[in-house]
Design a protein around this ligand. Structure first.
Ligand SMILES: Cc1cc2nc3c(=O)[nH]c(=O)nc-3n(C[C@H](O)[C@H](O)[C@H](O)COP(=O)(O)OP(=O)(O)OC[C@H]3O[C@@H](n4cnc5c(N)ncnc54)[C@H](O)[C@@H]3O)c2cc1C
Ligand SMILES: *[C@@H]1O[C@H](CO)[C@@H](O)[C@H](O)[C@H]1NC(C)=O
Ligand SMILES: *[C@@H]1O[C@H](CO)[C@@H](O)[C@H](O)[C@H]1NC(C)=O
Ligand SMILES: *[C@@H]1O[C@H](CO)[C@@H](O)[C@H](O)[C@H]1NC(C)=O
Ligand SMILES: *[C@@H]1O[C@H](CO)[C@@H](O)[C@H](O)[C@H]1NC(C)=O
Length: 429
C-alpha cells in the first residue's frame, strides 16, 4: 500500500467525452524479443528502456521443460556467456532482463515463453506449484477452479510467475504476511551453474524452511533461473469493495487506520485536487451474493487515438504553462474515475457499491489482453503507443514540472503536499 503503484495504465486514460472507435482489429503486446540475422533486440513492454538504449543480445533460447532449461544454463556456463531470463511479455521497467548492457557479444537470453505447461494444485495442503513461465491470469483461474484463492497478487495480470517473484511484485495489504506475492512462496526450484562433473548446471530445490529461500525469491534474476514456484493458497473467498472519493484532509492520520481496518485497503491521493480515494476492501464469505469484477480502468483497452489526443493536449498545456488547463484535465480524470468506480463493476458497467466478486476477479486485471474484433484497441504494453508518450515526455525536466504543477487552487499548501498536477492524470499512488 502507498508505494509508487502500478497505476501506470492510467497514464493514457482518457476522457474527452464519448469517443468513437472505428478501426478494426486489436493488438496484443508484441513479443519482447525480436530477432534477425544479426541477433536479437530485447524491449520492455513500453518499447523504450530508461536509458533510451537498445538491449542487443546475440541469441535466445525457448526451453519447454525443466531439463531443457537446465541444459540452457549448462550451455551458457560451458561457453562463458552472460545470461538472463525473459518472460512472455517482459513487464519489467528497468533494464533488469538485459544480460549484457555493454554489448560485448558474449551473452544469451533464456525465454520462459514456452515453459508454461504445468500448474499443479495440492488441495489438501493449500498449495500450487507452477512453471516459472506460467502467466498470472492462468495461475489464478486454475486455482479458483479448484475452489481455492491466491491471496496476494499485483494489479497487472500480464506477468509471469517467475518474473513477479523475482521482482517482489505486490498488491495491497498490511495484514498477515502482507500483499507481496513472494511472502507467500513456500518453495522454489533454482537452476544454477555447476561443475563439469555435474553437467555444468544443476537444479536446487529450496523448501519453505530453507534460509536460502529468502535470498532466492526476490533475486532480480541474478542468482540463477527460477524454474518452479510453490505458493500457499487459502480456501476460495469473495471480496467486497467500495470507493470513497473524498476530501484529503487528515489523510496522513487516516491512512494507517484505514490499512489496519481493511484487509486489502488502498488509498490513492490526488494532491492537486485535494482528493483522497479510500478503498474499503475486505473479504466476505463465498456464499455472499455478487459476481462483480475489478476491471481496472488503466488496464482496459484504450484507443490509440484517445491516448494520443490526451498526450498532445497535455503537451500543449505544458508548453503554454497553462496551470488552469492542467488542473481542469486533472479534475476530468478524477471525475471520470469516480463515475466508473475505477473499473469496478457489478455488470457491464458499474451499478453501485459495494461490488462483491470472487477473489480471482477482484484484484488482478488486464482486459486489454482480450482480443476484440470490433474495435481498434490498444493494450498497455503495445509498443505502438508507449514510445510516442515517453519520447514526448522526454524533454520535460522534473524541475519544470515541479515548478509548474503544484498550484491547482492554492499556493499555501505545505511543500510536502504539493505534487504534480500532471500526475493526477498519471495517477501515482
Ligand atoms: C503495466 C504494469 C503494471 C504493473 N503492475 C504491478 C503491480 O500492480 N504491482 C507490482 O508490484 N508490480 C507491477 N508491475 C511490475 C511487474 O510486476 C514487474 O515488472 C514484474 O517483474 C514483471 O514480471 P514479468 O514476468 O514480465 O518479468 P520480466 O520483465 O520478464 O522479468 C523481470 C526480472 O525477473 C527476471 N526473471 C524473470 N523470470 C525469471 C525466472 N524464471 N528466473 C529468474 N529470473 C527471472 C528477469 O531476468 C528480470 O530481471 C507492473 C508493470 C507494468 C508494466
Ligand atoms: C536487425 O535488427 C536491428 C535492430 O532492429 C537493426 O539495427 C539491424 O540493422 C538489423 N539487421 C539486419 C541484417 O536486418
Ligand atoms: C502457455 O503459453 C501459451 C502462449 O505462449 C498459451 O497459449 C497457453 O495457454 C499457456 N499455457 C498455460 C498453462 O498458461
Ligand atoms: C453463508 O453460510 C453460512 C454458514 O456456512 C451461514 O451462516 C450464512 O447465513 C450464509 N450466508 C448467506 C448470505 O447465505
Ligand atoms: C528540449 O528543450 C531544450 C531547451 O528547453 C531545447 O533547446 C531542445 O531543442 C528541446 N529538444 C527537443 C527534442 O525538443
Amino acid at each position: 500500500m502507498f508505494s509508487l503503484r502500478w497505476l501506470l495504465g492510467a497514464f493514457h486514460l482518457i476522457i474527452w467525452g464519448p469517443v468513437t472507435l472505428t478501426v478494426t482489429h486489436a493488438m496484443l503486446p508484441p513479443p519482447p524479443v525480436q530477432c534477425n540475422d544479426s541477433g536479437c533486440t530485447l524491449y520492455n513492454s513500453y518499447g523504450v528502456w530508461n536509458d533510451r538504449k537498445d538491449c542487443r543480445v546475440p541469441s535466445i533460447t525457448y526451453p519447454t521443460t525443466e531439463e531443457e532449461l537446465r541444459l540452457a544454463v549448462a550451455h551458457a556456463n560451458q561457453n562463458n556467456l552472460k545470461v538472463k531470463v525473459v518472460s512472455r511479455f517482459s513487464h519489467t521497467i528497468p533494464k533488469l532482463a538485459c544480460p549484457d548492457d555493454a554489448q560485448h557479444g558474449s551473452s544469451m537470453l533464456i525465454s520462459t515463453l514456452k515453459y508454461n505447461s504445468s500448474i499443479e494444485i495440492d488441495i489438501a495442503n493449500l498449495a500450487v506449484t507452477a512453471d516459472a513461465g506460467v502467466g498470472l491470469r492462468e495461475l489464478i483461474d486454475e486455482v479458483e477452479r479448484s475452489g481455492l484463492s491466491l491471496v496476494p497478487a499485483p494489479y497487472w495480470e500480464g506477468v509471469s510467475v517467475g518474473g513477479l517473484i523475482s521482482t517482489g511484485a505486490h498488491g495491497s495489504s498490511w495484514w498477515g504476511k502482507g500483499g507481496a506475492v513472494h511472502d507467500h512462496v513456500i518453495g522454489l526450484n533454482l537452476i544454477v551453474p555447476a561443475r563439469k562433473s555435474e553437467g555444468y548446471a544443476k537444479i536446487i530445490r529450496i523448501g519453505g524452511r530453507d534460509p536460502l529461500l529468502n535470498a532466492a525469491k526476490v533475486s532480480l534474476g541474478m542468482l540463477g533461473v527460477i524454474s518452479k514456484v510453490k505458493l500457499s493458497l487459502e480456501p476460495a473467498f469473495k471480496r467486497s469493495i467500495s470507493y470513497d472519493f473524498t476530501d484529503d484532509a487528515h489523510i496522513e492520520d487516516i491512512f494507517m487506520d484505514h490499512g489496519k481496518k481493511y484487509e486489502f485497503a488502498d488509498v490513492t491521493w490526488y494532491p492537486s485536487r485535494h482528493t483522497a480515494v479510500y478503498r474499503y476492501d475486505y473479504r466476505v464469505p463465498l456464499n455472499t451474493s455478487g459476481n462483480g469484477e475489478y476491471d481496472f480502468l488503466g488496464f482496459q483497452p484504450n484507443s490509440i487515438l484517445v491516448s494520443k489526443t490526451t498526450r498532445s493536449s497535455e503537451k500543449l498545456l505544458e508548453s503554454a504553462r497553462n496551470v488552469n488547463g492542467k488542473c481542469a484535465l486533472a479534475t476530468t480524470f478524477v471525475g471520470f474515475k469516480k463515475l466508473v468506480a475505477n473499473g469496478l463493476k457489478n455488470g457491464p458497467i458499474f451499478t453501485g457499491y459495494p461490488v462483491v466478486g470472487h477473489q480471482g476477479r477482484m484484484q488482478t486485471s488486464g482486459s486489454c489482453f482480450i482480443f476484440n474484433e470490433d474495435r481498434h484497441l490498444l493494450c498497455l504494453g503495445s509498443k505502438n503507443q508507449w514510445p510516442v508518450l515517453l519520447r514526448d515526455n522526454s524533454n520535460i525536466s522534473c524541475l519544470k514540472i515541479w515548478r509548474f504543477s503544484p498550484r491547482c487552487e492554492e499556493t499555501e499548501r505545505p511543500l510536502n503536499q504539493r505534487i504534480f498536477a500532471g500526475l493526477t492524470s498519471t495517477t501515482v499512488s
